[in-house]
Design a protein around this ligand. Structure first.
Ligand SMILES: NC(=O)c1ccc[n+]([C@@H]2O[C@H](COP(=O)([O-])OP(=O)(O)OC[C@H]3O[C@@H](n4cnc5c(N)ncnc54)[C@H](OP(=O)(O)O)[C@@H]3O)[C@@H](O)[C@H]2O)c1
Length: 321
């Protein structure tokens, strides 16, 4: 296949391009080249999707399939117009942040309520608008937390690096709460297969959930680390100014008011061909990537975590810390 990746200079887009090249497809990546470099073996075309004529470099070329990872509706519409009639199959990578109800567990893509579309509002609302620009023949993959080597967000890498250190680990909320993620390479593999097969429709693109306890246990077991988890109340973290999900001084796992986002029913996606590697493989590969100098880290420093643990233990038995 001749495959166009609109993106391809970082994480998921790059994994899609690399996977397709590995299968012998003719891959073009189109981006500005600011986020990183496209993988070896692709044809790179410089485009700027924020400029009206910014996709001129793609003029006249035909593709069997295109994959778009954009977040801005204007960029999606501009690409659809510029490539009109020259792409066989479209995949749009969206997000589970499009859903309005983030609390109810076990929702499915086909029936869950969406946020009101917006041109330049929140990330999820803008993705709803992006999705609506595509026609019914497209594949829409609503990804959850994407993990694995190359992750620029630092969220999953925080837990990998933290569990590798072992010892007493500060963990947010209830150990039975869900965690749900997908290895970028599994998502890439499914997207390329789905493009080959002409799959259309809207799917949540994430692995089935596991509990937080199982998630931490499996991370630690991936490299034989020994640890104990101290589960702390989210209200304690709020009182101490710990941010939610990402950024400095955060614990990057969803909290109870967003567990609907981490417990989606993905049986339709599995039936449509998504296959998954064991979490342990994702954990080990991410650790190797980090050890080789891989990406940024978010979350608590060791000193910040130790201070929060001290405050938590000091406060127990005599009311909130
Ligand atoms: N990470 C997660 O946990 C997560 C969770 C749910 C959903 N998602 C979705 O999954 C996808 C992840 O995609 P990704 O990892 O490839 O990263 P990304 O951060 O979405 O990458 C954006 C890509 O678009 C290119 N780009 C940005 N502005 C551009 C412009 N003006 N003109 C041309 N190209 C432009 C960037 O390259 P240049 O900067 O080089 O131009 C880059 O390759 C996204 O759709 C995201 O919304 C991610």
């Amino acid at each position: 296949m001749r495959i166009l990746v609109l993106g391809g200079t970082q994480f998921l887009g790059r994994a899609i391009a690399a996977h397709a090249v590995g299968l012998g497809h003719a891959v073009t990546c189109a981006a500005r080249g600011l986020s990183g470099v496209a993988p070896p073996g692709v044809r790179f075309i410089a485009v700027d999707r924020d400029r009206p004529e910014g996709l001129a470099g793609l003029a006249g070329t035909k593709f069997d399939a295109a994959v778009d990872v954009a977040r801005h509706p204007g960029q999606v519409r501009r690409a659809l117009a510029a490539l009109d009639g020259r792409v066989g199959h479209w995949t749009f990578v969206s997000t589970t942040s499009v859903y309005a109800d983030t609390a109810t567990p076990g929702q499915r893509a086909g029936t869950a309520r969406l946020l009101a579309p917006s041109e330049d509002g929140t990330y999820g609302a803008a993705k709803v608008t992006c999705e609506r620009a595509l026609d019914g023949g497209a594949l829409i993959c609503r990804a959850g937390l994407i993990a694995g080597p190359g992750d620029p967000t630092g969220r999953f890498p925080y837990w990998v690096a933290r569990l590798a250190r072992g010892g007493e680990v500060l963990a947010p909320a209830d150990p039975e709460d869900p965690v749900q993620l997908i290895d970028a390479r599994d998502l890439a593999g499914w997207i390329v297969r789905a493009a080959r097969d002409g799959l259309s429709g809207t799917f949540d693109a994430v692995a089935p959930p596991c509990t937080r306890r199982a998630f931490l246990d499996r991370c630690a077991a991936s490299f034989g680390a020994s640890y104990t988890a101290t589960w702390v109340d989210p209200a304690f973290l709020d009182r101490h100014g710990a941010a939610r999900e990402s950024g400095p001084f955060s614990l990057p796992l969803p909290l109870p008011d967003t567990i609907g986002d981490a417990s989606r029913d993905v049986s339709p996606t599995l039936a449509a061909g998504l296959t998954l590697r064991p979490l342990e493989e994702t954990v080990r590969d991410t650790l190797h990537w980090l050890e080789a100098g891989g990406g940024p880290m978010t979350g608590l420093t060791a000193d910040e975590e130790a201070a929060l643990l001290r405050a938590w233990h000091a406060g127990r038995g005599r009311g909130p810390a």
